[in-house]
Design a protein around this ligand. Sequence first.
Ligand SMILES: [Zn+2]
Length: 407
Amino acid sequence: MARTGNNLERIKFQNIESIKEIIYRQGPISRAEIAELLQLTPPTITTNVANLIQQGIVRECENVPSQEGRRALGRRRVLIDYIPDAKYTVGVECGYHGMLICLVDIRCNVVAERKYTDRISYYEETIDAVARHVEELLEEQGIPREKIAGLGIAFPGFVNQREGVLRYGAINKWKDKTITKDLESRTGFACIMENNVRCCAIGEAMRSDRLRPETFAYFLVSRGLGCPMVIRNRLHVGEMTGAGEVGHMVVAPKGPVCPTCGNRGCLEGISSELAIRERCGQAVREGVPTLLNAVCANPAEPQIEEILQAQNSNDHVVCTIMEDAITYIGIGLANIINFISPPLVIIDGRILQSEKNQKLLIEVTRNNLFSVNVEEVDMEFVPFNKFRAAMGAAALAIRKFILEERR
Ligand SMILES: [Zn+2]
């Protein structure tokens, strides 16, 4: 008997989650359409929607049909949709750009974004600062605590989302920090933590202004490289902590030694921002004539913006290093696409903002694809935005604390 009870309970949870998900992705939507799409009975939809309305997170809204539609249908349809300001979440990224905080509504519309100058160096101080800044932001925005569904936290490094533990922090080499628990006790809010690049991916999956396919890959070239995946609307988190860590895939066995993994010719050791900066700096140190000497504050240690500026001015040294880096990125990306066959790859990164670099990446990737549907893979470049991971962490909290059912 207990078993049947558990099964019924599980089906009930699955139904509620499916209904919330379909309203999120397709709302405003009618009860009849929900029933049809999910193959559930109208009474199941009616009961569950009534519960959501009672909870205050969705509402009925009448759509006004066009003149033509009015004649054809003869009556208004009642549609269901989320109430954007019914709940909010806060996303925080403690990363290389500092401490970034983003407040979003249920629809992941950004209400406020703030950058704080706190240095992320000591653990307890960092956690205290996050808690303090979240409170300040809510006060400043006049959002009562009961409207906050939860916090999402993004960190670069290896994160075990289920356990809420930062297994290894890329910035300070923090090990096994129970960040979720520590922030919950300081803020009183429910918390969830993820790797910062994976947060970027979930942020795209939850975007309100653009419906993404249910499955896609998110490819980021930054200090390192990452390619998390969203599969059927869920972030693929894997069994351990490293899903999407493609940076140390070897693409050139005779390439340079990677300072992180120690292997030769991994993608990160050739094509990451750090690798590009290192190679450009080396050219300067060796006395090769380059515009870097003119555009950089410290030519021996060029910043990525300065390198891009020199590339823009067609500096030969920088253009060669950049083309080499992007060629290897294209080979790596083609391998990834061949392996998982996603309908869409979202591509992010400062070095992939210019049309020239985008064109080269598309060309190399397509040349290395092995597939009958090479043209069907959509490669979309997104603009650089340093708040992406913080916004994604907030989106993850929406998914966890609003769209999923607590069990
Ligand atoms: Zn490596």
